[in-house]
Write a protein that binds this ligand. Structure first.
Ligand code: NAD
Length: 270
């Protein structure tokens, strides 16, 4: 029997792609499409909004009602909505796939608490390519070591509300880990004015926002006499949506715990 999926944030940019990705996956069935409480689109058919034709699933703001009839909730919304949803899912025993980025430390702690009761996949980026890129970054940083300056440059569309991207921060964590550093101590976010010379122990982040860029990330390793760059460019949100759909199949029936896409893809080392 197909796994029954609820998509939370179904009217959003990612939500519409998720409705499409769930529809094209033979193991999944869209059973609920949730929108912000009081949203004017409530009642609209989720498939029609996503350009997929009528699916017979209306956009709804009744999360408790939806939790009674789904097996997994996929949530790409806002940090404050996501943490409330984790608590509701933990109470209802419904596992989650979370794509929301920009959570602060307290919000991440609430997700971790929820994951003591249910299985939660929370990844900053659900594309297969980005998760392979994370492995390549760890290899490169370990091999190049402290002699190379590391800078992370990312670009996203004009509507994105958090910076740097969750993916850029995840890249920073992987790079810092491979270099034996703590990202909280070595991250530098943007530069302006009289900055002084670059501290070789830092990892720099630069952010570009504009247009309809789906998501570009470049990590530069800058040495004396050479420079290496590893770049990933997403050209369609469907790459994230398909990864989230794959994660929903993986998380269904999984033991409580906090997982990420590296677990889903079997890329986790050790
Ligand atoms: P968006 O603004 O287009 O969509 C978010 C939707 O969530 C909106 O329609 C909003 O009304 C809705 N929402 C807010 N509160 C809600 C609630 N309580 N219940 C139900 N719906 C609610 O944004 P987007 O571009 O779709 O991105 C959403 C999130 O996903 C962002 O945090 C973004 O960074 C992240 N994202 C993650 C990945 C990934 O691979 N992990 C990829 C792309 C985007």
């Amino acid at each position: 029997m197909a796994i029954r999926i609820g998509v939370c944030g179904a009217a959003g940019r990612m939500g519409r792609n998720l409705v499409e990705a769930v529809g094209e996956h033979s193991d999944l069935q869209l059973s609920a499409a949730l929108v912000r409480p009081g949203a004017s689109l409530a009642g609209t058919d989720a498939g029609e909004l996503a350009g997929q034709g009528r699916l017979g699933v209306a956009l709804d703001d009744d999360l408790p009602g939806a939790l009674a009839q789904i097996d997994v909730l996929i949530d790409f919304t806002l940090p404050e909505a996501t943490v409330a949803n984790v608590e509701a899912c933990a109470d209802a025993g419904v596992p989650m796939v979370i794509g929301t980025t920009g959570l602060d430390a307290a919000q991440k702690a609430r997700v971790r608490q929820g994951a003591e009761h249910i299985a939660v996949v929370h990844a900053a980026n659900y594309s297969v390519g980005i998760n392979l890129t994370l492995s390549l970054l760890a290899t490169a940083a370990s091999a190049l070591g402290d002699d190379y300056d590391v800078e992370v440059v990312e670009a996203h569309h004009r509507h994105k509300i958090d910076a740097p991207s969750g993916t850029a921060l995840r890249m920073g964590e992987v790079l810092a880990g491979a270099l034996g550093r703590n990202l909280n101590d070595c991250a530098v976010f943007g530069r302006e004015g009289r900055t002084g010379e670059r501290d070789s122990n830092t990892i720099g982040f630069e952010t570009i926002r504009g247009g309809d860029v789906v998501g570009d990330h470049t990590v530069m390793f800058l040495g004396l006499g050479e420079r290496m760059e590893i770049t990933h460019r997403a050209s369609s949100r469907m790459t994230f949506a398909r990864g989230a759909a794959r994660s929903a199949v993986w998380v269904h029936g999984r033991a409580p715990g906090l997982y990420d896409m590296e677990d889903v893809l079997g890329l986790r080392k050790g």
